[in-house]
Design a binder for this molecule. Structure first.
Ligand code: CP3
Length: 320
């Protein structure tokens, strides 16, 4: 999950020759990069190579992904006129990604899943309004509180576009769709429920394949996130997996939730922490083992491979 490729030499080599958007918009390159971590680590699913800002380019916004920073928007959106100027594109605007999904689906085995995704309307709106990554989210919250009509118009536009985007991905062969509302955890439960959840729900309802609903810092939001939708709720490492599962609801699956920074520690620590996550899942069906957020770029790729082996061995044992 999340910019995972940056820890792989084969990804870095390809990125030296092509820009991010060149890779994302060339189906063969996009498919190749998507498959790199699957081939190397033998994991059970491929997360399509794109960014949460990919569909926003098609809406007419100029976004750059700046290394070490994140998405930077040339002209941040602030007014109703800015929002009204956004295009809600037809699905053919996403043709290169859809073609890459078809290639990846053909390349993978029948027991490996293709994960399509999009950003949560809140997280993407935060980048569009702030113009760049933020700690306080003060600019986007100010707009949300002072200009509720502009906020609703922005989330309407984003959720219309994302609903079309994820439905097209499912149509092209994505087995699962994940909603990355990475920064939703900066909101109070009340604001999340009133000002964000209805639009996330609209995107999640747009597909008939299983969905994963993910955010970080969401321990207090999990019940509201689950109400908004998601067959599986993504958990970060700040909450023990069994506690998070109770809050998400036993009727849902959960994904998570090893701290990605643990992978920078000695192997004994990685093993203990991974076995703790598995023990908390207790072999119950509906647990997708994952990190609680993305692989950090300085992570040694061989540790990820070893972790994937450990989890596969342990869970095959549990099934037998
Ligand atoms: O795991 C994967 O590589 C799958 C593809 C993927 C990317 N971005 C590619 C990418 C996914 C799932 C994302 C989602 C994404 N992008 C999120 C949601 C998940 C999360 O991490 O919370 C967010 C918040 C973003 C925004 C974003 N894009 C950030 C914060 C960065 C990193 C900037 C940096 O260098 O620190 C990006 C750039 C980005 N997106 C890269 C990749 C492979 C690395 C930059 C590059 O190759 O030039």
């Amino acid at each position: 999950m999340r910019q995972a490729g940056r820890s792989l030499p084969e990804y870095r080599a390809l990125r030296e020759r092509n820009t991010f958007w060149e890779v994302a918009h060339t189906p063969e390159l996009c498919a190749q990069v998507t498959l790199q971590p699957v081939r190397r680590h033998g994991v059970d699913a491929a997360v399509m190579f794109a960014d949460i800002m990919t569909p926003v380019l098609a809406m007419g916004v100029d976004v750059e992904l700046v290394e070490g920073v994140g998405p930077v928007v040339a002209q941040p959106l602030r007014t109703l006129a800015d929002v009204e100027a956004l295009i809600v594109p037809e699905a053919d605007a996403f043709a290169p990604l859809l073609e890459a999904i078809r290639i990846v689906r053909t390349e993978l085995g029948e027991h490996q899943a293709v994960v399509g995704f999009c950003g949560g309307p809140f997280t993407v709106a935060a980048y569009l309004v702030e113009g760049r990554p933020s700690r306080e989210f003060a600019v986007v919250k100010e707009l949300m509180y002072r200009e509720p009509a502009v906020w609703r118009a922005l989330l309407d536009k984003l959720s219309d576009c994302f609903a079309r985007y994820v439905a097209a991905q499912a149509g092209a062969g994505a087995d699962v769709v994940q909603l990355f509302d990475s920064w939703a955890g900066v909101l109070s439960p009340h604001d999340y429920e009133e000002r964000v959840a209805p639009w996330s729900a609209r995107v999640l309802a747009a597909v008939d394949v299983p969905t994963i609903h993910f955010g970080t810092g969401t321990a207090t939001l999990l019940p509201a996130m689950a109400r908004a939708g998601g067959d599986v709720i993504g958990l970060d490492w700040r909450i023990p997996l069994d506690d998070g599962w109770k809050l998400a609801g036993e009727d849902r699956g959960v994904q998570g939730n090893l701290d990605p920074a643990v992978l920078l520690g000695p192997w004994e620590l990685v093993e203990t922490a991974a076995r703790d996550v598995l023990a908390r899942a207790g072999g119950r069906p509906g647990h997708i083992f994952n990190l609680g957020h993305g692989v950090l770029p300085r992570t040694d790729a061989s540790v990820v491979t070893r972790l994937a082996e450990l989890v596969q061995d342990a869970t095959v044992e549990a099934r037998v």
